[in-house]
Design a protein around this ligand. Structure first.
Ligand SMILES: [Zn+2]
Ligand SMILES: [Zn+2]
Length: 413
């Protein structure tokens, strides 16, 4: 745990106190002091109570006479303030993690930002509630997005003010492991026909969980089909040599000019043969087709080189075909021989789709693939997660993607 996590609240509480005590040899003349002095003279109370500072009185009551206090607290060599910082850290972390959701302040309670004091105005300076403290801030003072403690029951990063961001930042790792979407058990893990959602994959997955389900479903239906008709399956050699896999569901519709749109995920294979965490992608494109109508197709893109994986992790968007070569992949045993002979050609990706009951190589050229950073952020609970981090294997395999790993394992052994 970061040391800074626990200390700020402590420091805030302690420094002003010392400051006040330090000034006591030359006490300020305030109305309060005057009255306290008069009161002491009238009642004949002990002169040492004449300071009138409530802080000082409290310190005396707890720690004995002020001389002791001088000796122990204000000697620079022996401040007892930081000796227990580790314990304080743990305590502060625990308090944070057990925090209860706040009562939001009503909008009417603030006419200006509670941090920078900018007046609220329509459009340019709106009110935003900090989800952790319930205060009202302007857009610029509430830019942070954080996972909130367990009792908030939120699985996605929420808007917090700058102060709360600093407090919550050190516990983010714990929260990522406990409350993020990625850390939850996958609820939709049945892909057989008993489950309606497995019949047809939606071209627009709104969340990573949905993408995981769709990809699992596509890979499972491929595995089923490949088992039935090995002569039309993706050659083993192609599967074994894969450096990554992208699974996309694409809807195609239009007359003459066809529009293609779809979402999916990409997952890379680590050096040791295990799979990285998944990263969400979207795909859009234009095409020309003779017939009108629409179709919905699941694509499996086998990424055959590290460059292909890098294209998916490094760039915001790229065109399949132009920037990353993708050709219809070979199928069946004959193709297996071809692949072996020519070491699979030079294309970085092989694309396959399950259409009309057969797994066939299909070209996806002319589609632009983009990464969906917001979907990744909502899933991993980290606003700053990048596709490169995910695909390099820096992230542990999320629990929510276990069905996908099982499907991959069955297919790629
Ligand atoms: Zn502000
Ligand atoms: Zn706050």
């Amino acid at each position: 745990m970061d040391r800074s996590s626990g200390t700020p609240p402590k420091e805030e509480g302690v420094y002003p106190k010392i400051h006040q005590q330090h000034q006591q040899p030359a006490p300020e003349i305030t109305i309060r002091n005057l009255f306290a002095g008069l009161y002491a003279i009238v009642t004949g109370a002990a002169s040492k109570k004449s300071s009138g500072s409530s802080d000082r009185r409290r310190a005396e009551a707890e720690d004995g006479p002020p001389e002791d206090l001088w000796g122990s607290v204000l000697l620079p060599s022996a401040p007892p303030l930081f000796s227990s910082s580790a314990v304080d850290d743990v305590r502060a972390t625990k308090t944070l993690l057990e925090a209860e959701p706040p009562q939001w302040l009503p909008d009417s309670s603030a006419t200006s930002c509670m941090q920078c004091d900018a007046s609220f105005r329509p459009v340019t300076c709106g009110r935003h509630h900090c989800r952790f403290c319930g205060g009202i801030f302007c857009r610029y003072c509430s830019r942070g997005r954080c996972l909130l403690p367990m009792k908030f029951r939120e699985r996605e990063p929420q808007r917090v003010c700058d102060a709360c961001y600093e407090r919550l930042e050190p516990v983010q790792r714990i929260l990522v492991e406990r409350v993020s979407n990625a850390s939850q058990v996958a609820t939709h893990d049945v892909t057989d026909f008993s489950c309606m959602r497995s019949w047809l994959n939606s071209p627009l997955g709104l969340s990573m969980e949905q993408e995981i389900y769709k990809a699992t479903n596509a890979l499972r239906s491929y595995a089923k089909f490949g088992g039935l008709k090995p002569e039309k399956a993706i050659p083993e050699k192609v599967l074994r040599g894969a450096k990554g896999v992208a699974v996309l569901t694409i809807a195609k519709a239009g007359v003459v000019v066809t529009y293609k749109l779809g979402t999916g995920l990409v997952i890379a294979r680590r050096e040791d043969g295990t799979w990285s965490a998944p990263s969400a992608i979207a795909c859009a494109g234009l095409g020309w087709g003779a017939q009108m109508g629409g179709e919905l197709t699941d694509f499996i893109l086998v990424l055959r080189s590290p460059e292909a994986v890098r294209a998916f992790s490094g760039r915001i968007h790229f065109a399949l075909g132009a920037e990353l070569s993708a050709v219809a992949g070979p199928v069946g045993r004959l193709a297996e021989a071809d692949v072996r002979a020519g070491d699979g050609g030079t294309a970085a990706c092989y694309s396959y789709s399950l259409s009309k009951g057969a797994f066939v190589g299909v070209s996806v050229e002319g589609s632009v693939v983009t990464r969906r950073s917001d979907t990744n952020a909502r899933f991993y609970g980290d606003s700053y997660v990048t596709a490169a981090d995910i695909l390099s294997g820096a992230y542990p395999a999320p629990r929510a993607a276990y069905p996908l790993y099982e499907a991959l394992h069955d297919l790629f052994y």
